[in-house]
Design a protein around this ligand. Structure first.
Ligand code: MG
Length: 463
């Protein structure tokens, strides 16, 4: 009798909610060049994102969430491996990202989120932009993904001659879109090219449809979907139903189409009764590409954008959603895309290999509400192959500053580092280094210790 009662109790406990769900599903929706200020729930006045707003309302809006680098390739390497890209050769001063003529990519010895989750029999899909190497050995099927469908590098690559200059046209018309033939970017399914040039007018909806289908097909097993939209990176394209909808111009149409897709994915999870078993994270790879003016996004109150180590380059509009587990609200503790690997591993019961340095922190305690404090107390802002700045707590110290490539301001190795208190001055306007010598000294020491943890590696972007 007693045994039966114990069994009954255990059964009730096992069925009582998502907190005891052994293997939650994970969905990461990763945008390209979306700025901190580009969603209505992050303050945009004319872009309407009702589905992301609802996601934030039901989940958590993260206001201090970072990426590992301010441009595509290294940022994606950081998310996928939980490591700063300086550790695996995925950042360079000569070529900041991978190009169609690159021979490098994410090294085979790096272990991705998907590879870790495969050890617990997760079904894994990568949909959208990869940008961690387009040669077969670097593509998602060789990095732990069962299925891949998307573009292998940026949507503005393999640009053809004889077409109008995008920047010039974009400046003239906030609704401009380029002929798709201008960019000979292929769609690759697993290791095979299946479309060239990619029809970018329909690509956002097709990514969403594939994510929805994958979730439906794998509803009875744990899954990980990495959905990396290649928009709103320029050139901008929106589906017919979305073109002309937003007073913000085509940039707004694009973001609203992505928002619509997020709504479809979350609704699929609700319909399949997987919402309480699935952690969904929405964020972006880097800040807005400001030289494209109205065709680039907005970092809101944050300084600068893509390519820079100011907050606008590396702090992203982020939403976590996991009904029944996450306490809804605004999360102002620090987090980063690099934290997803250790966090997902922890939630799935996987132990990351002890033989490699991880730069990510396990946020599972914060997600479950067991603690109110993030284990992440610092952020390292790398650009090219140099440490430009460090954040510890509220303080951020810049050693080197530089604007977006092409438009400046030019790189400056600061004679005296600049200190900002990001809690009272999120726009990095008021340098308080002179008044806070002890803080400057402490952060300089944190940076020094961090640099000592690095080993030289082969550069993948220069191959
Ligand atoms: Mg990007």
């Amino acid at each position: 009798m007693r045994r039966l009662m114990v069994f009954g109790f255990l059964l009730a406990f096992a069925l009582s909610g998502s907190s005891v769900w052994a293997q939650p599903n994970f969905v990461v929706i990763f945008c390209d060049d979306l700025g901190y200020g580009d969603l209505s729930c992050f303050g945009h006045p004319t872009i309407k994102t009702p589905h992301l707003d609802r996601m934030a309302h039901e989940g958590q809006k993260w206001t201090n969430f970072y990426v590992g680098a301010s441009v595509c390739t290294p940022s994606r390497a950081a998310l996928m491996t939980g490591r700063l890209p300086i550790r695996n050769g995925m950042m360079s001063a000569k070529r900041r990202v991978l190009f169609p003529n690159s021979n490098g990519g994410l090294p085979a010895e790096e272990k991705t989120i998907a590879e870790y989750l495969k050890t617990k029999s997760y079904a894994t899909a990568a949909i959208g932009k990869w940008h961690l190497g387009h040669l077969p050995q670097y593509l998602p099927p060789n990095h732990g993904f069962d299925d891949y469908w998307g573009i292998p590098y940026s949507n503005d690559m393999d640009s053809q001659k004889g077409f109008p200059n995008y920047r010039t046209e974009a400046r003239k018309d906030p609704n401009y879109f380029a002929p798709i033939e201008q960019y000979q970017v292929p769609i690759v399914h697993n290791l095979q090219e299946v479309e060239k040039p990619a029809n970018q007018h329909t690509i956002t909806q097709r990514y969403t449809d594939r994510a929805v289908q994958f979730i439906r097909d794998h509803q009875n097993e744990p899954f990980f979907v990495y959905l990396a939209h290649n928009l709103p990176h320029i050139p901008l394209y929106a589906g017919e139903k979305f073109l002309g909808n937003s007073p913000r111009g085509i940039y707004g149409d694009v973001v609203q189409e992505i928002d619509h897709g997020v709504g479809q994915i979350l609704q699929t999870l609700r319909d399949l009764k997987l919402d309480e078993k699935t952690l969904v994270v929405f964020t972006s790879d880097n800040g807005p590409w400001l030289p494209f003016e109205t065709h680039g996004g907005s970092a809101g109150l944050l300084r600068e954008g893509k390519g820079t180590t100011f907050e606008g380059g590396m702090r992203e509009p982020t939403i976590f959603w996991w009904p029944g587990t996450l306490q809804p609200g605004v999360q102002s503790e620090m987090g980063a895309t690099m934290d997803l690997l250790p966090t997902f591993c922890s939630l799935a019961g996987v132990k990351p290999d002890p033989d490699r340095v991880l730069d990510g922190y396990d946020l599972s305690g914060l997600i479950r509400g067991e603690t109110q404090t993030s284990p992440r107390d610092r952020v390292f802002y790398w650009r090219e192959e140099e440490l430009y700045a460090v954040r510890y707590g509220h303080y951020k110290l810049h050693f080197i500053t530089s604007g977006c490539y092409g438009i400046g301001p030019a790189k400056e190795v600061l004679e005296k580092p600049e200190l900002y208190n990001l809690s009272v001055d999120p726009s990095e306007k008021y340098n308080i280094a002179a008044e806070n010598e002890e803080v400057v000294k402490f952060l300089t020491g944190v940076a020094h210790e961090h640099r000592k943890s690095l080993q030289p590696v082969e550069n993948q972007l220069e191959k």
